[in-house]
Design a protein around this ligand. Structure first.
Ligand code: AMP
Length: 398
């Protein structure tokens, strides 16, 4: 059975056709710059890459290309379900669900919590429903994995009314990735996930660390929004909550301007003044650029500090998992992070760390160390698996 996975951003649409059992993926694509004249969709079809312009730059047009591609492969009638990545499910969804009008209402009600992401996800769902009216559509939430966090981890020390009336609490994100890599790490370590305590570090353009106890999230570094926690590509991560008020008065900036700068002009980009791209920063640091070096060092320091803090949520620490573009590819970030975590029992195997590049993960620590691993994340496969699982259950209920 084939599952179509759809991931809609504010101006992009990522799709993949997968077999959830084997992971086989004959078709994948990325439509970018939707809403502009420059919109185009890049399609990877059985190893071949083509680019198709989208003159109207709309989601339905992008779905039209997708349908044509499925027809070209003769697989349109073989698709059994569509799985959607939905960023915010609030505290209403702890598992993937079949999309019904009621579910759409709840996703809509979560828009204030994810004003950039959820409207795009909704637009993607509507376009997919129009393109595939007969298929079950499943929502897989980025927040759902973290719904097992206990109140001690998810409550902020703010007036209780803010929580009860406005939902001010920690939700966490990247759940699909954290859940996937925790499962893969258990497999690689030859351990039963239910007895394993891990810290997983998803380090991409967005970054977060999660404490996973027995396969369940018990704490994570992102909070009410994806701005909390680690230093990221363009996001600041943790800052003093007094900062917005101070800057508003000192620099005459509005709350909107400050929030935008914390999201888009901070993190590695803000610190280095150069780029949000870790690879470029490592190269610049190698050439002696002091700001780039400091940006990477702060990134690593805050990461190590957060990993150590996450260990507090666990009874034992059975492993640390690196994933995401930086986690999978930057041996330098991994080495520097583990060097700061000797206290927790990590001992790097330098040769193994250098070997672990994208496509080839695995253990990067010595036998006398708490294990640290590189696991390549695969959110599309995780969404396809979860989608197939829901379809099975729904099918039984019919
Ligand atoms: P993602 O959002 O998961 O695609 O990750 C994007 C981040 O991964 C960017 O900061 C990239 O610079 C970083 N990245 C990708 N490849 C490498 C590499 N070979 N070395 C260092 N960072 C990398």
């Amino acid at each position: 059975m084939w599952t179509l996975v759809v991931n809609c951003g504010s101006s992009s649409l990522k799709f993949a056709l997968l077999n959830p059992d084997s992971g086989e993926m004959p078709l994948a694509g990325l439509a970018e710059r939707l809403g502009s004249d420059l919109a185009a969709v890049r399609v990877d079809r059985e190893g071949e890459r083509v680019s198709v312009p989208l003159p109207h730059g709309s989601y339905p047009e992008a779905f039209g290309v997708l349908l044509a591609e499925l027809d070209a492969l003769g697989l349109r009638r073989e698709v059994r379900a569509v799985g959607h990545r939905v960023v915010h499910g609030g505290d209403r969804f702890s598992t993937p669900v079949l999309i019904t009008p009621e579910v759409l209402e709840v996703i809509r009600a979560c828009v204030p919590l994810a004003p950039l992401h959820n409207p795009a996800n909704l637009a993607g769902i509507e376009a997919a429903q129009a393109a595939f009216p007969d298929l079950p559509q499943i929502a897989v939430f980025d927040t759902a994995f973290h719904q097992t966090m206990p109140p001690v981890a998810y409550r902020y020390a703010v007036p209780t009314d803010w929580y009860t009336q406005h939902g001010v609490r920690r939700y966490g994100f990247h759940g699909i990735s954290h859940e996937y890599v925790a499962g893969e790490a258990a497999r690689l370590l030859g351990r039963d996930p239910s007895g394993l305590n891990l810290v997983t570090a998803h380090l991409g353009n967005g970054c977060s660390v999660t404490a996973v106890r027995g396969g369940h999230s018990v704490d994570t570094s992102m909070g009410l929004t994806p701005l909390e926690g680690l230093v990221m590509g363009t996001r600041s991560g943790d800052v003093d909550p007094g900062l917005p008020d101070y800057l508003a008065r000192q620099a005459g900036l509005s709350l909107t301007q400050i929030t935008a700068a914390l999201n888009r002009e901070s993190g590695l980009l803000g610190l280095s003044g150069l780029t949000n791209d870790m690879r470029e920063l490592e190269e610049a640091a190698g050439r002696g650029n002091e700001q780039a070096r400091l940006a990477v060092e702060i990134f690593v320091y805050r990461l190590a500090k957060t990993v150590a803090g996450m260990a507090t949520a666990l009874d034992t620490l059975d492993g640390l998992v690196f994933t995401g573009g930086i986690g999978e590819n930057s041996s330098g970030v991994r080495a520097a992070t583990l060097a700061r975590l000797g206290l927790l029992g990590f001992r790097l195997d330098e040769a193994a760390n250098e070997r672990a590049v994208r496509g080839q993960g695995g253990l990067i620590t010595r036998p006398d160390s708490v294990p640290a691993l590189v696991v390549n994340t695969n959110e599309e496969l995780m969404i396809a698996r979860e989608t197939a699982e829901v379809v099975k259950v729904v099918g039984r209920g019919l």
